[in-house]
Design a protein around this ligand. Structure first.
Ligand code: 5GP
Length: 199
């Protein structure tokens, strides 16, 4: 089955380290019918990541086979690894839920080309590059080299702000969370169904 455009697909993009994973997880905890899209990736798992929960970790061969078989809504090579969104998984989840995506600008562009999808595109930034570097270093999940790669991609990333419906500055996590929550609720109320709050 393909999406009927009723349920929302919320894209949350940002340079690495701006806090989108924290916000995404908080949203899912609060709203039982908002599910996080679990991407496929060829990146090796970090020590705190679980296969099938944070990502579906696959080999390069497997990923390239899925590309050939047209199994992705979108995919991109980022920092030398593939990342992609499975059509089957998303279509299934969208039947009964709204879905939130933590994907980059390349994936956002590709998803935008599907006209039957009910997309909300949000871009999250920090108020300064210095703050971003601080967060990346503090995160302590990346090697120094990975931190540099992610930091350098900032300039490229921000050139794609125009592709988004909303640009938010994450100066304060709670405020930013509320802003995103409000954007989603406003768009959802336009579609008749309000979110069901988690028990
Ligand atoms: P990380 O390696 O830090 O988990 O993610 C690196 C980047 O890949 C982040 O900007 C994240 O948003 C992006 N990303 C994660 N999954 C996907 C995906 O399925 N598609 C695309 N295009 N980007 C993704």
């Amino acid at each position: 089955m393909t999406p009927n455009g009723e349920n929302l697909m919320v894209i949350l993009s940002s340079p690495s380290g701006v806090g989108k994973t924290t916000i995404t997880k908080k949203l899912q905890q609060k709203y039982q019918n908002l599910k996080i899209s679990i991407s496929h990736t060829t990146r090796p798992p970090r020590s705190n990541e679980v296969d099938g929960v944070d990502y579906n970790f696959v080999t390069k061969e497997k990923f390239e086979d899925l590309i050939k078989k047209n199994k992705f809504y979108e995919y991109a090579k980022i920092f030398g690894n593939y990342y992609g969104t499975s059509k089957k998984d998303v279509d299934q989840t969208l039947q009964t839920n709204d879905v939130i995506f933590d994907i980059d600008w390349q994936g956002t562009k590709q998803l935008s080309s599907f006209k039957n999808l009910n997309l909300i595109k949000i871009y999250l930034i920090t108020d300064s590059k210095a703050e971003l570097k601080k967060r990346l270093l503090k995160r302590d999940q990346n090697t120094k080299e990975e931190v540099e790669k992610r930091f350098k991609s900032f300039d490229e990333d921000v050139q794609h702000w125009n592709d988004y419906d909303y640009i938010l500055i994450n100066k304060n996590l709670d405020i930013c969370f509320k802003q995103i929550e409000q954007i989603i609720l406003n768009n959802k109320s336009k579609k008749f169904n309000f979110f069901r709050k988690a028990q």
